[in-house]
Design a protein around this ligand. Structure first.
Ligand code: PEP
Length: 251
């Protein structure tokens, strides 16, 4: 299994020029790297400018018809899974804690987005993770169980292999307070147990689970070698070309 390194640029950078410069630096420096799958998730508006590295979107719309994909329609401001697929996008981040918080994305909406993305052939990166409060009140397992079970409701065994789960403790995102190796390892095991309960052991063992939350070039290697993750979701550090390249090269 190739290590998956996903860059989540969030709402950055502010200009097309800066976006192109960042993308090109990463593309040039990662040329020829075979054992790592690098995916760049820029804002929607930059997606069509890029080629030469795998792309992911940071969000997608759902058209609500269960297992029937409406290809387009009257949904002002939204972007469909088909539009992304047509641009050559391979992955889509769904259920990021910032979307849950600022866009009120619910587990039900996340589930619809996942199912429709899978139908079109996009690979969802489902983000899950507990808040500080949930962690301190011993609710981590419950939170992960609800988020994963609800998000994957109705997702068939045959589709599950195309899903990536990103364990992103909310308290670790953008704070510099990254999750410890031991805690990450125990969360990854919990997530595999939840998937095993939902599907089976084989799917649990082969599902790609990545970690996100204040990853940088100094802590990258310990996550990959000591926690059982299959990759990393990198936010802030992916906006600095040198640092992001260092993350990739440290593997
Ligand atoms: C993220 O938002 O997905 C993320 C991992 O951010 P950061 O690396 O900045 O904590």
């Amino acid at each position: 299994m190739k290590t998956l390194i996903v860059a989540n640029w969030k709402m950055n950078p502010s200009t097309k020029k800066e976006a192109k410069k960042l993308f090109d630096s990463v593309r040039k420096s990662t040329k020829g790297i075979k054992n790592i799958e690098v995916v760049i998730c820029p804002p929607f508006v930059y997606l069509s400018l890029f080629s030469g590295l795998k792309l992911g979107a940071q969000n997608v719309f759902y058209l609500s018809a269960d297992r029937q994909v409406k290809k387009s329609g009257a949904f002002t401001g939204e972007v469909s899974p088909l539009m992304l697929k047509d641009l050559g996008v391979e992955y889509v981040i769904i259920g990021h804690s910032e979307s849950r918080k600022y866009l009120n994305e619910t587990d039900e909406v996340i589930n619809k987005k996942i199912k429709e993305s899978l139908l079109i052939g996009l690979k969802p990166i489902l983000c899950v993770g507990e808040t500080d409060e949930e962690k301190n009140s011993g609710k981590k397992l419950e939170v992960l169980e609800v988020q994963i079970t609800q998000a994957l409701k109705g997702v068939m065994k045959s589709e599950a292999k195309n899903i990536v789960i990103a364990y992103e403790p909310v308290w670790a995102i953008g704070t510099g307070n990254n999750c410890s190796v031991d805690e990450t390892m125990s969360s990854i095991l919990l997530i595999r147990k939840i998937i095993s309960k939902l599907y089976n052991r084989e799917i649990a063992d082969t599902t790609k689970i990545i970690y996100g939350g204040s990853v940088d070039s100094k802590n990258t290697n310990s996550y990959i070698t000591q926690t059982g993750v299959n990759g990393l979701l990198v936010g802030g550090a992916s906006l600095n070309a040198e640092e992001f390249i260092e993350i990739i090269k440290s593997l």
